[in-house]
Design a protein around this ligand. Sequence first.
Ligand code: HEC
Ligand code: HEC
Length: 344
Amino acid sequence: MRYTGIIGGLVGVVMVLYSCTRKEPVEALLQPEELTAAPVGFPPVPFPADNPFTIRKWELGKKLFYDNVLSVDNSINCGSCHHPALAFSDAVPKSLGAGNTVGKRNSPSLANVAYHPYYTREGGVPTLEMQILVPIQEHDEFNFNIVEIADRLKQIPEYVAMSKEIFDRLPDPYVITRAIATFERTLISGNSNYDKYLYQSYTSILSPAEKRGINLFYSTRTNCGNCHSGFNFTNYSFQNNGLYEVYTDNGRERLTNNSADNALFKVPSLRNIALTAPYMHDGSMATLHDVVEHYNLGGKPHPNKSPMLQPLGLTTDEKEDLIAFLQTLTDVTFTSNKNLQNEP
Ligand code: HEC
Ligand code: HEC
C-alpha cells in the first residue's frame, strides 16, 4: 500500500512537470474519410441515400450509443452489450438488460454491420435504422420506448441543440435512429493480420500453422469457407449447424412460421472471432476449441442440419491450425480505435 502510494505520488509529480513543459498538441479535426473509408479488399461502405454520412450526425449517434438515457432505469447503453474492446460484442452467454434481466440471445459483434443485408439472427429487420427499435423495446434489453426516450432527450439542452443543428427538428425517433445507424456504419474492421497477408502483401506476417489453417478453412473437406465466405466471412444465409437435436430457440421459424426454417440462424461473421466468446446464438460454446470440436464431430442430428456438416476426422494438429487461422482475424486497430470509443 505504502509503496503504491509513493509511486502514485511520483507519477503524479512527473505528469504535472510533463504537462507544464509539453506544448499542447493542436487538436486534429476528424476527417470523414477516417471514419468511412473501406479497407483494401472491401466494397465501399454503404450509406443509404436517405441517410448520408456527416460528421456531426455521427457525433450525435456516438453520443447516443454510449448514453444510459436510452434504458428505462438509466442503467445501460448500447455499448454495455457491444463493447469496443470485444469487437462490439460482450463476454457473457446471454447479455444482461435493464434491471439485470437475462436476455434470450448472445450479443453479436457489430463489426461491419453496415454490410449486412438484414439484421438479427433470424434476419427479420431490414435496416440498421429499424434495428435500433429492437433493443429499445425488448423487455430484456432497454425495456423502454423510443417516444419516451425522445421526450427525455428534449429535456437535455445539448441534445436539443445538436438535433436542431443537424436535422432541423427536436429529438424524435427519426433523429435517434438515423444518428445511431450512422455511427454503427463506421464500425468497420478490415485490418487483421489475415487482411495484411491477403491484400497488403505482407506474405511473411502469417506463420506456417496459420497458413495451413487457411487451406483447411477453404477446403472441401471442412466447407467452413462455403458458409463463412467473402470479405466478411459470411454469406448471410440461414443455416442449421447441428448445435442441438431439439432447439429452445426456433431461429428463423420465429419469423416465417415455416418448420423448414426451424433452428436456422444467420451465418455469423468470423471477424475478430477470438474476441467474441462465448459462441453461437445462445453463447453455449465457451472457446474456439469447443467450436472446432463441434464441427469435427459433424454436429448433432437435426432435420434441417446442412448437408455440408459431416464428421471431419481432424487431427489434433489440424484443429490447432484451424484455430490459429481464426485468431488471425483479430483486428487491433479496430478494437483500439479511440474514435469509436466512449469519451472518458
Ligand atoms: C442488453 C444487451 C443489449 C443492448 C443494450 C443492445 N444490444 Fe444490440 N444486440 C443484443 C443481442 C442479444 C443481439 C442479438 C439479437 C438477435 O439476434 O435476435 C443484438 C443485435 C444487435 C444488432 C444486429 C446484429 C446482427 O448481426 O444482425 C445490432 C445492429 C445491434 N444489436 C445494435 C445495437 C444498438 C444500436 C443498441 C443501442 C440502441 C443495442 N444494440 C443495444 C444485445 C444488446
Ligand atoms: C452450413 C453452413 C456452415 C458451415 C459449413 C460452417 N458454419 Fe460455422 N456457423 C454457421 C452458423 C449458422 C452459425 C451460427 C449458429 C448459431 O448461432 O447457433 C455458425 C457459427 C460459427 C462460429 C461461432 C460464431 C459466433 O460468433 O458465435 C464459429 C467460430 C464458426 N461457425 C466457425 C466455423 C468453422 C471453423 C467451420 C468449418 C469447420 C464452420 N464454421 C462451418 C454456419 C456454418
